[in-house]
Design a protein around this ligand. Structure first.
Ligand SMILES: [Fe+2]
Length: 278
């Protein structure tokens, strides 16, 4: 199986007038379709959150239109919610916005609860998490931090056990979420304070205890930094620390160079990771 990892499209942010997120997303989608249109082995398109910028219904309606060529050309898609999908500028989460996310990205009849296992073959299972699930209280909902919540964490542990029991050795488990579950090793004190104040995954340490040495790949976005943790920060090699061979944060895919990664996954084989600029 091939998985194309994108993240943080932020459609309708309009960060710079000459580089709109919608135009860049259109280029990315066009490039994906052109590259794999006639392949039998099309990659699953996995987007780790912040598909739109403010969680507005009209933004999701247009996002659906922009993403439509993927569906029309037979690509499987997995969308994971981020803080910007839940509210204005990603800093005021509202459960109602998540209904728009589900309705327009998955269809009005699609039932989805997290943890979700959208894909499970003999070779690989993808587990999708919602790092906004426990961020909807009155004060919780403010700022850009995330929280998986105890229920989702307990269910995640059970799902990993079930998959390991039923699929046997050599099966690849990939977990994807929006928020980064640990602080970046090169954050200075000022950055760390900002993270603690309102940007990080509050129960990230509990999450990492559950997945350490139990999964094969961990993918996320949110920070807009494009990092392969098996290669960067050799003095703090997080893939060794957490005993997860592949840990990847994806940059904002609608930035000019369209950072993306293609993962090729086969049972009993190391995951192959290729950097792509679509
Ligand atoms: Fe985010």
């Amino acid at each position: 199986m091939k998985i194309l990892h994108l993240s943080d499209l932020h459609l309708f942010k309009q960060e710079t007038p000459d580089l709109t997120e919608e135009k860049e997303a259109g280029l990315i989608i066009g490039s994906i379709v052109k590259r794999w249109k006639s392949d039998h082995d099309k990659p699953v398109i996995l987007v780790t959150g912040d598909i739109v910028d403010d969680g507005q219904e009209k933004q999701f309606i247009k996002a659906k239109e922009i993403l439509e060529p993927l569906k029309a050309n037979g690509f499987e898609q997995v969308y994971i919610p981020g803080n910007h999908d839940y509210g204005p500028n990603g800093s005021h989460a509202c459960a109602k916005k998540f209904k728009f996310f589900k309705k327009y990205l998955y269809g009005p009849d699609y039932r989805i609860t997290y943890p979700d296992v959208p894909i499970s073959t003999d070779d690989v299972s993808i587990i999708a998490l919602n790092s906004m699930k426990s961020e909807l209280g009155f004060f919780d909902s403010l700022l850009a931090d995330g929280e998986l919540g105890n229920k989702q964490l307990d269910e995640l542990a059970e799902i990993i056990d079930d998959i390991r029991d039923s699929k046997g050795r050599g099966h690849i488990i990939l977990v994807a979420l929006h928020h980064h579950p640990f602080l970046y090793p090169d954050d200075d004190l000022f950055s760390k304070l900002g993270e603690w104040f309102g940007h990080y995954l509050k129960d990230g340490a509990d999450f990492m205890k559950i997945v350490s040495n139990r999964i094969d790949a961990l993918l996320f976005g949110h920070e807009h930094r494009h990092i392969d943790f098996s290669k960067e920060f050799p003095e703090f090699k997080l893939t060794d620390k957490y005993r997860i061979p592949v840990i990847l944060s994806n940059g904002k895919s609608t930035e000019k160079h369209h950072p993306a990664r293609l993962l090729t996954i086969e049972r009993n084989q190391p995951i192959k990771v290729e950097e792509l600029h679509l």
